[in-house]
Design a protein around this ligand. Structure first.
Ligand SMILES: *Cc1c(COP(=O)(O)O)cnc(C)c1O
Length: 295
């Protein structure tokens, strides 16, 4: 057995979902489990989060894995689809693509599907990554509603750029612009990621989309998980496979980056590339050694 192991605490995961629920009691929760649930194992996480109202993934492959594992909640493709060939599969499994670009609308209009699909309309309120400019909201919404391959436009979605900083008034501007330019469009609204959920109650709307906080990490600048009641889901554990007694001035490892400030014992942990431990992790990254924090 390898000394280095990852432990996933599914009870903590469920607890963190309950924290999200408590912080946004009037909203439905779309749990972001893309990217293999931020490295925690997507299927295991989806099964544990049975109380989530929907799941958000980045690709059709992830969505299919969820269905094949018997997960029955609605699955939203947060970036929509990447090629028209994905659309018949999306329709067959009733996945819900977020539509963020004109090319996607054209493909929706031109394809032949076994059944029409539900979609979210993704709008850009200032992040300037994915989404139609807010000023096009009404026009795009109408065009989607007129498309025979669209069953329902479930609502309008946007993403906050700076919600992690509670002192940055850009978030308030995004919220105001989004509210103003989507006024009167039917369906729900979805704005908040974890930082919006915990830091900006006025961003909650009908659907919140927490990711990071579910895994037990504070999404706020300078924030700590405990202050939100969040529990860490992942623990990385290993063992010392050698303890050396080095002298003041001895340099350790490639490039000799760490130089012993005094005579000292130095433990060698059995963790490296093969375990996913990044080389760019800085010198001094803390570890708990028999529950004592050391560098
Ligand atoms: C990943 C993702 C989220 C979750 O964001 P966190 O900051 O991890 O809470 C929310 N919305 C969209 C569109 C995402 O892609």
């Amino acid at each position: 057995m390898r000394a280095t192991q990852v432990f996933i605490d599914l009870t903590a995961l469920r607890h963190n979902l309950a924290c999200a629920r408590a912080a946004a009691p009037a909203s439905c929760i779309l749990a972001a489990i893309k990217a293999n649930a931020y490295g925690h194992g997507m299927l295991r996480v989806a099964q544990a989060l049975s109380e989530a109202d929907a799941f958000g993934v980045a690709s059709l492959a992830e969505a299919l894995q969820l269905r094949e594992a018997g997960i029955s909640q609605p699955v939203v493709l947060l970036e929509g689809f990447f090629a028209a060939a994905e659309l018949p599969v999306i329709a067959q499994y009733a996945f819900i693509p977020a539509i963020h670009d004109h090319s996607q609308i054209e493909q929706l209009e031109q394809c032949v599907l076994p059944a029409p699909v539900d979609v979210w309309l993704k709008l850009d309120s200032g992040m300037h990554r994915l989404g139609f400019p807010l000023v096009e909201a009404k026009e795009v919404w109408q065009r989607l509603n007129a498309c025979r391959n669209v069953r329902r436009v479930l609502g309008c979605m946007t993403h906050l750029a700076n919600a992690d900083n509670l002192n940055d008034d850009f978030t308030a501007r995004q919220l105001a612009d989004f509210a103003h330019l989507t006024e009167g469009l039917s369906g729900g609204r979805s704005i908040a990621n974890s930082a919006g959920l915990l830091g900006w109650p006025c961003s909650h709307a009908e659907w919140v989309r927490p990711g990071l906080m579910l895994y037990g990490v504070s999404p706020l600048l300078g924030g700590r998980a405990e202050q939100h009641g969040l529990k860490p889901v992942m623990t990385l554990r290993s063992a010392l496979i050698a303890v050396k007694h080095l002298k003041q001035g001895d340099a350790i490892g490639y490039g000799g980056v760490f130089v012993c400030p005094q005579d000292m014992p130095v433990g060698v942990v059995a963790a490296g590339y093969g375990d996913g431990y990044p080389r760019h992790a800085r010198n001094g990254v803390p570890v708990l050694l028999n529950n004592r924090r050391c560098r």
